[in-house]
Design a protein around this ligand. Structure first.
Ligand code: OFO
Length: 161
């Protein structure tokens, strides 16, 4: 594999691990603020992100490389509201989608079709990730200041766990 593409994919391990860390942090914030349904939703999401990191690691290994794990930044741990946290999660997912778009462009330029095929799973996955996070954002916007509506959504989010 091209050295620059290896470096970019290796960095993506860090992006995915940070995603897991960020959502775990959001989960702790929700739990501390008595919204255990959203906390469970975020914990499941964190688990998926950790699996994404493993997927990238295993792909690099399959291509004969040793991944190099780097330090993971500390995520924020305070949000203004459930909506604020989900909006931050959606912004983060958009950032991750942009990372994969760049990786696919890079793989195409190199005519590395194995990487293009590998990355296409993430491109599809990101559509789903943005959709499910945006759904929460939209519902929380509709709930507005209604505590009852927000508690209903919290209960609904619990079903994901
Ligand atoms: Fe949220 O999909 Fe991985 O990062």
């Amino acid at each position: 594999m091209d050295a620059k593409l290896f470096a970019a994919l290796n960095d993506q391990i860090n992006e995915e691990t940070y995603s897991a860390y960020l959502y775990l942090s959001m989960s702790t914030w929700f739990e501390a603020n008595h919204m255990s349904g959203f906390a469970g939703w975020m914990k499941v999401q964190a688990g998926e992100e950790a699996k994404h990191a493993e997927k990238v690691i295993e792909n690099l290994q399959a291509r004969g490389h040793q991944p190099v794990l780097k330090a993971v930044a500390a995520p924020p741990n305070q949000w203004k509201s459930a909506l604020d946290a989900f909006e931050a999660a959606l912004a983060h997912e958009k950032h991750i989608s942009a990372c994969y778009q760049r990786l696919v462009d890079q793989a195409y330029e190199l005519r590395d079709h194995a990487s293009v095929a590998f990355l296409s799973w993430f491109v599809t996955e990101q559509v789903e990730e943005e959709k499910s996070t945006d759904e929460m954002v939209q519902k929380l916007r509709l709930a507005g200041e209604s505590i009852g509506a927000r508690m209903y959504l919290d209960g609904h989010a619990r079903k994901r766990a």
